[in-house]
Write a protein that binds this ligand. Sequence first.
Ligand code: ATP
Ligand code: MG
Length: 338
Amino acid sequence: MKALLKVEDLSVSYFTYAGEVHSVRGISFEVEEGKTTALVGESGCGKSVTAKSLLGLIEKPGKVGDKSRIIYQGKEITGYTEKEWNEFRGKECSMVFQDALVSLNPTVKIGTQIEENLLNHEKSISKVEMKKRALNMLKLTGIPDSESCMKKYPHELSGGMRQRVMIACAMITNPKLLIADEPTTALDVTIQAQIIALMEELQEKLGMSIIIITHDLGVVADMADEIIVMYAGEIVERGTARDIFYNPEHPYTWALLQSVPRLDSEDKGILNTIEGNIPDMINPPKGCSFCGRCPYAMQICEEQAPQTTQITDQHSVACWLMDDRADRTNVPFGRKNL
Ligand SMILES: Nc1ncnc2c1ncn2[C@@H]1O[C@H](COP(=O)(O)OP(=O)(O)OP(=O)(O)O)[C@@H](O)[C@H]1O
Ligand SMILES: [Mg+2]
């Protein structure tokens, strides 16, 4: 499989009055052509900052670290100028956000908003062609009566429909990568499922890669080819959806799995939140970042950051429990001591 995007040692800091906030701390991953990668983790763990850095959207007081490398189709794009990023955004990579009502322009008709996105990248396109493509795209997103929707304003549509419009705006330029940052968080469960199904359908038809960001592992269970679990600006575990759901090895992944609302259980939809808070990102802990909240923490976890252990080609985890000397008798998932 070919990598569309390679991220190497990405770090992003925000320089605030309180100090340097280490939002993303040296993460590396790849996104394959036509595949879906999910970035999962709690609020504040660096998911959106990671996404923004892939689109050249880190603004002051933020700064991408000097050693960071973003490689797109074999070409390093980390040092792109604003003009180059402008061209890259939309044409190569588009983003869909959580709240369509904020991202869409409330005073411009839906059709015009989609057409404007197209015009930005295909300056010589004719009006007729532009209209036709906008309408076709809207139809592809499954909006009923697309023709009349073109003439509506965002507030005239339901949340789910607005999210479809956002996806149409993002996909009209036929980008090779779609980044969806919590695209379903503001929607109810049934509509969430429809939007996920729509993205999968578009991926099948148009062949783009997707990075989907969520704090809810349940959302990406069926959709993601690869799941990257982030904690406090780092990758703590990554693997196929199968690895993460059936053979998770990091205590933070276990906690995330236990916090997925289960519709089939008795406590319908009740979310187990993970106890404690993420560490202070101005002074991140010197050992494992999750150690303060981890029921299985050992002395070493406080003192030294764990190495990443490669379990299989696709599955890796950064946790001291993987060390041969660790006592794993009481762990709820993963390998026990045999
Ligand atoms: N403009 C900014 N200035 C200062 N700090 C920032 C800025 N943007 C993000 N951060 C910090 O970077 C860290 C990561 O933020 P990020 O938005 O990536 O989290 P997230 O994982 O997307 O969370 P959420 O699920 O809430 O969207 C947080 O500690 C946040 O406070
Ligand atoms: Mg976010």
